[in-house]
Write a protein that binds this ligand. Sequence first.
Ligand SMILES: Nc1ncnc2c1ncn2[C@@H]1O[C@H](COP(=O)(O)OP(=O)(O)O)[C@@H](O)[C@H]1O
Ligand SMILES: [Mg+2]
Length: 253
Amino acid sequence: MISLAVCSAKGGVGKTSVVLGLASAALQRGTSTLVVDLDPQADATSGLDVSAQRPHDVAAVLRDPRRRVAEEAVAPSGWVSDHPGLLDVLTGSAESAGLDGPDADAEALKSLRRALRKVDDHDLALLDTPPSLNGLTRSAWRAADAVLVVSDASRFSVAAVDRTLREVRALRPAPRVVGVLVNRFTQRSGEQRFRYEELRSLFGDLVLEPLPDRAAVPQSQGAGLPLHALRARTAKTLALQFDAVLDRVLEKD
Ligand SMILES: Nc1ncnc2c1ncn2[C@@H]1O[C@H](COP(=O)(O)OP(=O)(O)O)[C@@H](O)[C@H]1O
Ligand SMILES: [Mg+2]
């Protein structure tokens, strides 16, 4: 199983949307995927249309990373009814907020890694995180082979990306940085073009092709559908971009 932590130090930049876009791309190509919803807002769980009530959720798994607890926190995504196991969710809940302190100890940070080793029957794990670099995001980094940093193209995000990359690279072992994905990019905004170029000058090829701001993203989420299921041309273009990001995630280094 390859695991990817999708993170950012800033809120509302599109982490969950990127997780959902990658889950949609993985589903399209038949890659079995487990989405791990670490954000107390549990938007990924809701976006993946989970309806089954499970006895446990991710907060219980972080507290007690045994196989039984982890298995009982996993629910199928409503995107797939006909292929059990193809897309599942380690469900999120508001409970995990209590585990997002700035000074979680090293043992606590390892519990997600331990739990994922016990539910490793998928090819890919996508870890959605809250908008901070506290305990939950750090647990995701510890559990992940690779990290994708999501950002907008604004003045404050340049510093946030820099801080995130420094912290990830200081980890031992350090996960592979797949890239920096600028989301909701508006080409006609001079300020955004300027900030995108600033990110490119600082982080070079790590900065991926930006994802444009498109109504297809909230539309797919509102309809509870994978982006790849939408017919609109803009949805198809975005879907191709998520395919390319997924290629980078799955490529061997
Ligand atoms: N590329 C995009 N184009 C248009 N809207 C987007 C795009 N990416 C995200 N959004 C919208 O922006 C809002 C915040 O995105 P979300 O993925 O929840 O961010 P985060 O998980 O980082 O808090 C959501 O309403 C989402 O639908
Ligand atoms: Mg989110």
